[in-house]
Design a protein around this ligand. Structure first.
Ligand SMILES: Cc1cc2nc3c(=O)[nH]c(=O)nc-3n(C[C@H](O)[C@H](O)[C@H](O)COP(=O)(O)OP(=O)(O)OC[C@H]3O[C@@H](n4cnc5c(N)ncnc54)[C@H](O)[C@@H]3O)c2cc1C
Length: 383
């Protein structure tokens, strides 16, 4: 039996639209279909990238949640960079959505320039003592653990004195305070560490070499985020607003015959297609993990989501000012939400400007940004 038939057989037996996702995820993890490229020891099937694409297509076709090996950022970081002990502690629960994680990167003075983090870790025996503050931490209130980028050495330049950990969040020295976003949701948080602890066994990578680990993790994040702009699953709520329902929306509002609107819809489709083909081209050239390629996908996603939100506003008109929180939401409210939410895409995971810097330096060969603090010991960098 070929892969497509095998995965179809699995989906036919395990998936019913609208079913409880926990039951499906358990079955998908147990059979290895959820993370098809991973090894059989760690919930995968060891499939090639090409065969895994087929698995993804079949999952998307029926609307089942899949491809955690590519799309589940936290599981992917721990699978690719973590020790066997960390994998056995977290992977299964992450894949089945029994637990979630958060990203403890940004600080009040270190967002785009993450090499400037000041949250400190000091080794004491087999543990590290953590003090400092993070900000904009999505999901910190519910997270079981966080991926922590911290300063372990202030005597060397900033890129060489960081260490990366998986830190348990539910402990006395960690306080989480919610921040409300422009959409009215409160996914963000401030996180304060006051003599919190993390085991040395929870370290990812070498001491003081956290920058390299962080770059790998950030690359995966951009890859995951980039995929949001090109999705074509009108049935998947994650992708609503990325284009598929624009024609129906224009028709509902009597704007389909408007040549300007029709033109803009065509533009969005063209951009999405270009983004998808670009991603496929890089994957085929073996550059799926290339930092500049990931930044390009992420930047395109942000532009597409801003463009789509703007078009929704043009179609529905003044109704897009509504924020009535009705259930189900009106077209106006959906346009309003996506307009506000689009700002997340051009800031979170690295701003558009920073992605442009990466693309211009690494793809176009333009000169690197000057950074006066790059080569001096971190303790001499002004805050
Ligand atoms: C929805 C959302 C979720 C987030 N979730 C998390 C999370 O879970 N965990 C986490 O750690 N962080 C998270 N963040 C934080 C996010 O990663 C940072 O906000 C982002 O990296 C920008 O950093 P900053 O806010 O410090 O802005 P700054 O770095 O202060 O930048 C301000 C402006 O200056 C520009 N700029 C800065 N440096 C350069 C440069 N070299 N060249 C050109 N322009 C430049 C930026 O593009 C930006 O426009 C999230 C942010 C958002 C919006």
């Amino acid at each position: 039996m070929n892969i497509r038939d095998e995965v179809r057989e699995f989906l036919a037996s395990a998936w019913t639209p609208g079913m409880d996702s926990a039951t499906f995820l358990q079955a998908a993890v147990d059979t290895g279909w959820l993370a098809p490229t991973w090894s059989a020891d760690w919930y995968g099937r060891g499939l090639s990238a090409e065969d895994a694409e087929i698995v993804g297509e079949e999952f998307r076709r029926v609307g089942a949640p899949g491809r955690a090996d590519r799309d589940h950022l936290h599981a992917r970081v721990i699978y690719e960079l973590g020790s066997d002990q960390l994998k056995s502690t977290y992977l299964r629960d992450l894949l089945t959505h029994t637990v979630s994680g958060c990203l403890l990167y940004s600080e009040p003075g270190a967002g785009s320039d993450l090499a400037s983090v000041r949250t400190s870790v000091v080794r004491e025996g087999d543990q590290w003592r953590v003090n400092g503050q993070k900000v904009w931490t999505s999901g910190a209130r519910t997270a079981a653990y966080g991926l922590l980028a911290a300063r372990s050495n202030r005597d060397v330049p900033k890129h060489r004195g960081m260490t990366f950990f998986v830190i348990p969040m539910k402990q006395e020295g960690i306080e989480v305070r919610p921040l409300v976003q422009i959409t009215g949701d409160a996914h963000f948080n401030e996180v304060f560490f006051t003599d919190a602890w993390v085991d040395d066994a929870n370290r990812l990578g070498e001491v003081d070499d956290g920058w390299r680990v962080l770059m790998t993790a950030l690359g995966y994040e951009r890859l995951v985020m980039g995929a949001r702009g090109v999705g074509s699953r009108a049935s998947d709520p994650t992708y609503v607003g990325t284009g598929d329902d624009l024609l129906a929306l224009a028709e509902r509002h009597g704007r389909l015959e408007d040549p300007v609107i029709a033109d803009q819809i065509a533009d969005i489709y063209a951009e999405r297609t270009a983004a998808r083909l670009n991603a496929a081209r890089y994957a085929a050239e073996g550059k799926g993990q290339d930092a500049a390629a990931m930044s390009l996908g992420k930047l395109m996603m942000s532009r597409i989501l801003h463009g789509t939100a703007g078009l929704r506003r043009d179609i529905v008109g003044a109704e897009a000012l509504y924020d009535e929180r009705a259930d189900p939401p009106s077209d106006g409210e959906v346009a309003n939400f996506f307009t506000l939410d689009a700002y997340f895409t051009s800031i979170g995971g690295g701003t558009d400007q920073v992605q442009r810097n990466i693309i211009s330096e690494r793809m176009l060969g333009l000169p690197k940004d000057k950074d006066a603090s790059k080569d001096i010991p971190f303790r001499d960098v002004r805050s």
